[in-house]
Write a protein that binds this ligand. Structure first.
Ligand SMILES: *Cc1c(COP(=O)(O)O)cnc(C)c1O
Length: 368
């Protein structure tokens, strides 16, 4: 049996007629840029989150960059980011001229460890960007408490956690602002690049909107140097169709995760992802931990199962941050993550037989 890591075509097949119609109508209307479908998606996504302002943009990296810029964070400032996340989180700080300062992650949730935040705060610190990594909500209550105490902005990086919740509140509505990516493999994915910024702060929303649109507050009136970061009409029309299915897909992800959880429980040397006590994990990825990670990955591959490593080199140890002289002993959990974490196949359309086969192969590997 073959088990791909993800199967985007299976998802397309399940809603092909609706997607094809949405694409055809966008093309028939030539509604490519600044199209009504973008405004419509912004409204629908805002309603889904319970957020006042959604500003669509080109991708999830732009969203973080523009939000930091709109908050006036740049040259000479420091931004706290988790040591384990996709590079976009720290890159967005750096491209604004700020310095990303890494905070190690919690060994159970793999999200930024609030216990380690305060020791990293200096006079230059302006913001914290928690990431709801792999779909697991970060500890927002603690993060907001610390941010308030030190007068720091909080931008939630929600690229991997569409629809995750804490105490019933949808993530992306807790910090000062939030950013989303709709990269095709994300829980809500477009058919190309797309992203969004979210905030309940009207002024911040206006500034972010202007930056994303050449610094224009009205047509041909540029109040600042902005940039061009737009979601196109085709992507918005596709996302509106897919948004209707997101809850159903999230339920499937959670059901599959539960299946893995039950059947992989107690396997020697395999640690399962933590399930939050007060929130909803949306399982963008199902990430297990084992000291024999590379051997397990090879074994699964020999048996037709694709798995992936997110991420093989944690950010503090990347060449672009060599100037920071970070060492493994400064980020012990990040080091464990890069060496021991393995993402196994989980997507809404995976079959029970495929999940059973993955479980069987991992069990055989452990017993070998
Ligand atoms: C995917 C991702 C991003 C960036 O999104 P793009 O749309 O690819 O630019 C940012 N942060 C995290 C944690 C991501 O996983």
């Amino acid at each position: 049996m073959n088990v791909p890591f993800i199967d985007l075509n299976a998802q397309y097949r399940s809603i092909a007629a609706e997607i094809d119609a949405a694409i055809a109508s966008t093309i028939a209307d030539s509604a490519f840029i600044k199209s009504p479908s973008v405004t419509q998606f912004e409204e629908e996504f805002g309603a889904f989150l319970g957020a006042e302002h959604v500003i669509a943009c080109g991708n999830g990296t732009d969203a973080i960059e523009i939000m930091l810029n709109a908050m006036g964070i740049g040259e000479g400032d420091e931004v706290l980011v988790p040591a384990v996340t996709w590079i976009a989180t720290s890159e967005a700080a750096a491209t604004n001229g700020a310095k990303p300062v890494f905070v190690d992650v919690d060994s159970e949730t793999y999200t930024i460890d609030p216990k380690l935040i305060e020791e990293k705060i200096t006079k230059a610190t302006k913001a914290i960007i928690p990431v709801h990594l792999y779909g697991h909500p970060a500890d927002m209550a603690e993060i907001m408490r610390i941010a308030k105490k030190h007068d720091l902005k909080v931008i939630e990086d929600c690229a991997q956690a569409h629809g995750a919740k804490i105490e019933g509140q949808t993530i992306g509505t807790i910090g000062d602002a939030a950013t989303f990516s709709f990269f095709p493999t994300k829980n809500l994915g477009a058919y190309g690049d797309a992203g969004a910024m979210v905030t309940n702060d009207e002024k911040l929303a206006e500034t972010a909107q202007a930056i994303a649109n050449h610094g224009q507050t009205q047509r041909h009136h540029h109040t600042m140097d902005g940039r061009n970061s737009r979601m196109d009409g085709l992507q918005a029309s596709i996302l509106s169709v897919k948004l209707k299915y997101l809850e159903k897909w999230t339920d499937s992800r959670r059901r599959i995760a539960e299946n893995y959880r039950e059947n992989l429980a107690g396997l020697n040397g395999i640690t399962l992802p933590s399930e939050p006590k007060n929130g909803r994990h949306v399982y963008h990825l199902f990430v297990i931990r084992t000291e024999n990670r590379n051997e397990l990955m090879d074994y699964l591959s020999e048996h037709g199962i694709s798995s992936m490593v997110h991420y093989p080199k944690a950010l503090p140890f990347q060449a672009c941050y060599e100037y920071q002289n970070n060492s493994f002993s400064d980020y012990p959990v990040a080091k464990i993550c890069q060496d021991n974490l393995l993402s196994i196949p989980l997507y809404p359309e995976i079959s029970d037989e495929q999940v059973a086969y993955v479980v069987e192969c991992i069990s055989k590997f452990v017993d070998r």
